[in-house]
Design a protein. Structure first.
Lengths: 456, 324
């Protein structure tokens, strides 16, 4: 008798035959394997998006858990309502108010991290082949979500003021001519992941107008809004729109802890009702324990102090990374100058593929970053990289950038030996699935020497 | 004879770490079903201590890529006198280094696509860039650019025209300080696995890899279910199968492999196989080709693992090594 654990290639084929069609769009990659190596302890990783949880006081954590155990043990261990506890939603209202938004607790669904919001919104709105519009580059974690629902993803180029709204309008017109209607625009308008840029105030207003005019939804993903290191805050899209066409994604991951897996969505009532049903099907409810944790933590108002402590830490790390980039990256490289958030987006000469460069960086220098192609659906972004400055200390940031600079230097000098007549093509060939002329390559503008506030 | 206790070497810092972990997970299951005791060791700085602690009498090397498949770990195992699965130090070095493999094939009169190899030093210090146009003329486009030492197709690029070559070189040089430019041979992709029994290598049924979409049998396709169709045994005329297997066996012997190996080839339109490379430690994942070929020959995965262990012990003179 055959052991039931034994897997043969015939069985693999049999399983593969049972896979849903959409799993073909669930793409995996060599890069994923390389990323696994970045977690090794001897590697300096600027690849993660990790907040610095080491700065959270252990005594506070212990105190909160003890209080939960004493005061609400049974409830914290029990299932909760799908949409989340009312008390948690009140706390969420406080966080949103800190960025100038007003949200009724009834308009909020508490979710298992912000990632679940992307999943639920896509699940609610997208049939296979429907169009989702997002930034180019976009949050790498959103790509597999869109793909798994077989969305047709169209990416709009950004410059230092965020998504190019003129290109968005052109794209919408183009889609209308083809009688295709996008369902929603996904955007990280503030300290964008991965590019670190912020959508300017005029573009925010225009984006909200467009959503109204064309009756399409915007999913505003705002994990980093409170992590501002300079300049004046800009109004969230949700505040400008009043919650009619803008769905808002918030999360406790970057202001408290990603480990508690707590995020939320606000949406117009009919949309929220569907999202709630989707959530019920997905996981019944968000963790009761961590919702109690957040309630207890927010009760004394210390959270603002913690966020301001985080900002102080991250500001220092960002400055260290910018200084290190100026010192160690070759003059052919360019990078963004974020006023907040967790990421810098650096672009190298076109002949360098950062996925290959990552292999060299890991092998020779034990340092990691996210290759830019992870932030595109169509194979672009190959010469860019995302650098995180929140997850490692200043010494490692400087050393990490020095090491990356070294491997880049080596490739640049090697390239120069291939002969003067050998220049790469001006524009990389788009991959086959590139959506035609809808998403032309427009590089993020050169942001090397000028730093600007985003108060325009 | 059967081993008493197995040290399963896996992971490590190689770029193919994850593939190794998948191979090892499958071997672990097999060892359990075989009723063998084992310790899994994620190879790192404490490898020798870990091996001593494991008190094993044989090491199963489920490592891929640099460090694990290039003779390094094998050398260490030789030093401590621990029997291990698969090829010895020299064969591992020969297989890992595609340039060395191809030079040996050429010298022995075995078919392999025409190529030119360069080190980084050749470009940086000897002006090799000047020679590129002549090489491109000679090889014709597309030309395949590969790092000398990297498995799993990482860093392999097709340059369709002259202006693609510099980028392809930079990509290949990311994985090794030596690269080769190889003539692209149009044809069917075949893999022949070899397995020894009683000291004689036998060619297992030929596997043909048919990529579903990609122009090229890339890294992802190799390890992701459903991206590539594998046909085993490959649909080939008997004489072609015999020729392909003969070339694989000759390659195996030429490189001095032991126990098992896999030889990858292109079968060109004229029916002549061209050897691309040999793997000293072929993958053992669910989608890997050696286990598929073994299965087609009626050898289950468990039997395969058992045979590999028996070979290792037989090579060491059947004397269980002293622990540590």
């Amino acid at each position: 008798m055959k052991d039931r654990h034994q897997t043969t290639s015939h069985e693999i084929e049999r399983y593969a035959g049972l896979f849903a069609r959409r799993t073909q769009h669930m793409r995996s990659s060599a890069m994923r394997d390389l990323m696994a190596i970045t977690a090794r302890p001897d590697v300096i990783s600027l690849a993660g998006g990790l907040p610095d949880t080491s700065s959270f006081p252990p005594d506070t954590f212990a105190g909160l858990m003890e209080r939960i155990a004493r005061e609400s043990c049974a409830a914290a261990l029990q299932y909760g309502p799908t949409e989340g506890f009312h008390e948690t939603k009140v706390r969420i209202g406080e966080v949103m108010a800190a960025e100038g938004m007003r949200a009724d607790p009834d308009d909020i669904v508490v979710t298992t991290g912000g990632q679940q919001v992307i999943d639920l919104v896509t699940k609610t709105l997208i049939d296979p082949g429907d169009v989702v519009i997002c930034e180019a580059p976009t949050y790498p974690g959103a790509v597999p979500t869109f793909s798994s629902y077989e969305a047709d993803v169209i990416q709009i180029e950004m410059d230092s003021d965020g998504m190019r709204i003129d290109l968005l309008e052109e794209t919408l017109e183009h889609l209308a001519r083809e009688q295709r209607r996008p369902k929603f625009i996904y955007t990280v308008p503030t300290f964008q992941n991965p590019a670190g840029v912020t959508l300017s105030a005029p573009r925010r207003r225009r984006l909200v107008e467009i959503a109204r005019e064309q009756e399409l939804l915007v999913l505003e993903d705002n994990p980093y809004g409170l992590l501002r290191y300079e300049g004046e805050p800009l109004p969230p899209l949700y505040a400008l729109d009043g919650g009619e066409y803008v769905l808002y994604l918030g999360t406790f991951s970057k202001i408290l802890s990603p480990g508690i897996r707590l995020g939320w969505v606000t949406a117009p009532a009919p949309v929220l009702a569907k999202i709630n049903l989707g959530k019920q099907a997905a996981d019944l409810c968000t963790s009761s324990l961590t919702q109690h944790f957040v309630d207890a933590y927010f009760e004394d108002g210390r959270w603002r102090r913690y966020v301001s402590d985080l900002c102080a830490i991250y500001r220092q790390r960002r400055d260290a990374m910018l200084d290190a980039l100026a010192e160690f990256f070759p003059r052919e490289a360019e990078w963004t100058q974020p006023s907040g958030g967790l990421f810098i987006w650096a672009t190298l000469p076109e002949f360098i593929d950062t996925a290959d460069l990552l292999a060299k960086a890991l092998r020779e220098e034990r340092v990691a970053f996210v290759p830019g192609s992870a932030a595109y659906v169509d194979g672009r972004g190959g010469s860019s990289m995302r650098l995180n400055f929140s997850g490692v200390d200043v010494n490692d940031i400087v050393e990490g950038i020095r090491r990356i600079g070294k491997v880049v230097d080596e490739q640049v000098s090697l390239f120069s030996t291939f002969g003067p007549t050998r220049q790469p093509r001006a524009t990389p060939a788009p991959a086959e699935e590139a959506p035609g002329d809808l998403a032309d390559v427009v590089e993020l503008p050169r942001r090397r020497d000028e730093r600007r506030a985003h108060g325009s | 004879m059967s081993p008493r206790r197995v040290a399963l070497l896996k992971g490590g810092p190689s770029l193919e770490r994850e593939v190794s972990m998948r191979s090892a997970a499958r071997v672990e299951d097999a060892l359990e079903r075989l009723g063998l005791e084992y310790s899994s060791i994620d190879v790192g700085r404490s490898l020798l201590d870990d091996l001593e602690a494991a008190a094993a009498d044989v090491a199963f090397v489920a490592l891929h890529g640099r460090g694990g498949e290039d003779g390094t770990v094998q050398e260490l195992l030789e030093i401590i006198g621990m029997p291990y699965t698969g090829s010895g130090v020299l064969a591992c070095m020969r297989c890992m280094d595609k340039v060395l493999t191809k030079h040996m094939l050429l010298e022995a009169g075995l078919p392999t696509p025409e190529f030119f190899a360069f080190s980084e030093i050749a470009f940086k210090e000897l002006g090799a860039g000047e020679a590129l146009p002549a090489i491109e003329d000679r090889l014709g486009f597309p030309v395949v650019v590969k790092p000398a030492a990297q498995g799993s197709a990482l860093g392999i690029r097709f340059a369709k025209e002259a202006e693609d070559v510099p980028e392809a070189l930079i990509a290949a040089f990311s994985y090794d300080d030596r690269v080769l430019l190889e003539r692209h041979v149009e044809g069917r992709e075949l893999a022949v696995s070899l397995l020894e029994s009683e000291g004689e290598p036998t060619a297992l049924p030929v596997v043909e890899a048919k990529p579903r979409q990609e122009y090229f049998f890339d890294f992802d396709a190799r390890y992701e279910i459903g991206k590539t169709d594998f046909v085993c045994p490959a649909d080939l005329p008997a004489d072609v199968t015999a020729r392909v297997q003969e070339v694989a066996l000759d390659t195996y012997r030429l490189l001095g492999c032991f126990g098992f190996a896999r030889v990858d080839m292109i079968l060109s339109a004229d029916g002549e196989p061209q050897v691309l490379e040999a793997q000293a430690i072929p993958g053992l994942t669910e989608t890997s080709l050696l286990p598929q070929a073994a299965e087609a020959a009626g050898i289950s995965f468990d039997q395969l693992v058992n045979v590999m262990l028996e070979q290792a012990l037989a090579r060491s003179g059947a004397a269980p090594a002293q622990a540590g």
